[in-house]
Write a protein that binds this ligand. Structure first.
Ligand code: GAL
Length: 526
């Protein structure tokens, strides 16, 4: 039996156990690894999207970021603008410093909330932003993480060299400057244990500390992957019985993010585990992570079993995100299931520090479980729809492709800062479907920190058609209590086209099949 077949088998076991909970009403859905591409649609039709003016000084990415006092802090302020560009920060907490390239490092001395005033100046003008730094215990992930993961790009063929190249490419292609900051290893880096039980990387990774130091020097953060079971899904060494030792290794190496994937843990629980048995492995790892002197974002991966969204953020787990469904793949059916269907009811569970994770962005060249690098099978419109939906969902924005093969369309798709700003919005309210219209049109909305509302028109149907918002009161159900309602004529901006459409009392807009329009409604209050 080949390695690939073995991975497939264990996946079926996992899906079977997840199915128990889905049958009990869980929103998680099965996504099989291989599905037929939909060949009927025209693949060459590209949506019209605009990029911003790269010369203007601008800040991007999160407006709020958290950390534990006394632990290493590293945050490269995402910004763009023609050089020479002068950056300054005032109001930094004691213990932090910012370099002239915008890298904030150090250790925050005391808990609290700090409003840091950032300024960027170049010959084209000035930009100002208040970056809120929240210092306290369990304050990570106050906006959804953005970055890269090795799995769909290289599966178990990933190496230190490829990972370095991915980190370099995030910087080279301007993605880091827009907020993509995590470089995450997935399965396949583990090479067994030493006699004293320490986890070792395979030869392909060699000196993990050196690799991580390289990533940190670029102002990026580093993620790693393990399983609470004895083996990971691809049959590498898991953390079973070595949780504390592993957390200590991660901290020593400088790891910033852990994806903890259920996999063979199925063998350690009865056929029909009770809730406590689902929670236990994540509570054990949380205890280990809390005992080391490093901030490590905790990503739960167990495919949505036992309604993880109801307990993943709470004591004793304090997870920062959880997968809500099975693996995604680069097909329309998978985007539909993981993105729309599995998420529709889950908006109450997402928020600053804890996010629903519908899995990764299916963009660019990857292996996509197929063995060889190939372009995504999603059409350009479906790709745009995925980015729109993930942004509306406040979902982690994680690319998983060969970043050296990114084309201009893909780069434009993931670096539109108006779309990213919605994903990273500091209210952290996940979008909701507010209306379903004939032919597969869905209208989703999510309130934003500045008093405006992001609205997406999704056409899930097979034909181009028009989406309607007859009056703004359709958006009322998503507004936080006490928020101003939108009435009468409101400013409407098309975020993909970066164009203000004018003052409008209603909307009727054409949306191509399997595509989306994303708008911002209302006058910003600040
Ligand atoms: C799956 C997981 C994938 C990937 C893979 C690695 O269980 O859902 O995202 O991590 O394991 O083997």
């Amino acid at each position: 039996m080949t390695k690939k077949q073995r991975v497939g088998l264990s996946r079926r076991e996992i899906i079977a156990s997840a199915a128990t909970f889905m049958a009990a009403g869980g929103a998680a859905k099965r996504v099989l690894a291989v599905e037929a591409p939909d060949s009927r649609r025209t693949r060459r039709e590209f949506p019209d999207i605009a990029s911003g003016n790269p010369d203007l000084p601008e800040f991007h990415g999160p407006r709020v970021i958290g950390a534990t006092p006394g632990r290493d802090f590293l945050f490269q302020v995402p910004h763009t603008g023609a050089t020479p560009l002068v950056l300054s920060a005032s109001g930094l907490p004691r213990g932090l410093r910012m370099t002239d390239t915008g890298l904030i490092r150090g250790k925050i001395q005391s808990p609290g909330t700090y409003n840091v005033r950032l300024t960027a100046t170049n010959r084209a003008g000035h930009a100002h932003r208040v970056l809120r730094i929240v210092a306290g215990q369990h304050k990570l992930g106050l906006t959804p993480p953005m970055g890269w993961n090795s799995w769909y790009a290289y599966s178990t063929g990933n190496t230190a060299e490829l990972t370095r190249a991915a980190a370099d490419a995030l910087v080279k292609h301007g993605l880091a400057a827009k907020g993509f900051m995590y470089v995450n290893l997935d399965d396949g880096w583990q090479g067994g244990r030493t006699a004293s039980g320490q986890i070792m990387p395979t030869e392909k990774f060699g000196n993990m500390q050196a690799l991580i130091a390289h990533v940190h020097e670029l102002g990026l953060r580093f993620g790693i992957y393990s399983s609470p079971g004895p083996q990971t899904c691809a049959h590498h060494t898991g953390s079973w019985g070595h949780e504390l030792l592993d957390a200590q290794s991660y901290a020593r190496w400088g790891v910033d993010f852990l994806k903890y994937d259920w996999c063979s843990y199925t063998k350690e629980v009865p056929r029909h585990p009770d809730l406590q048995q689902y929670i236990k492995p994540y509570a054990v790892m949380r205890r280990a992570l809390d005992s080391v002197d490093r901030d490590i974002f905790f990503s739960l991966c167990q495919y949505g079993m036992a309604h993880v969204w109801t307990w993943g953020a709470k004591a004793p787990v304090f997870g920062n995100q959880w997968r809500t469904s099975g693996d995604i793949i680069d097909t329309w059916a998978a985007i539909s299931r993981n993105g729309f269907d599995a998420q529709r009811q889950l908006y109450p569970f997402a928020g600053p520090g804890h996010w629903n994770d519908p899995c990764m962005l299916m963009l660019g060249y990857g292996k996509y479980w197929s063995g060889a690098l190939r372009p995504t099978r999603l059409t350009p419109h479906e790709q745009l729809l995925q980015v729109t939906l993930w942004s509306m969902l406040a979902a982690p924005m994680v690319l998983s492709c060969d970043l050296d093969k990114l084309d201009k369309f893909t780069i434009d798709l993931v670096t539109n800062t108006e779309i990213i700003a919605v994903d990273q919005d500091e209210l952290g309210m996940q979008g909701q479907c507010v209306d379903r219209q004939a032919g597969g049109m869905e209208i989703w909305a999510r309130p934003l920190w500045d008093g405006t509302v992001a609205v997406a028109l999704f056409n899930r149907g097979a034909k181009s058609q028009t989406g309607h918002i007859a009056s703004w009161d359709m958006l009322d159900p998503v507004l936080p209590r006490g928020a101003r309602t939108l009435r009468g004529s409101q400013q409407v901006r098309d975020l993909w086209k970066r164009k203000t459409l004018g003052s409008m009392a209603r909307i009727s807009m054409p949306v191509p099949s399997h595509s989306a329009v994303m708008l911002k409604i209302g006058n910003p209050a600040h």
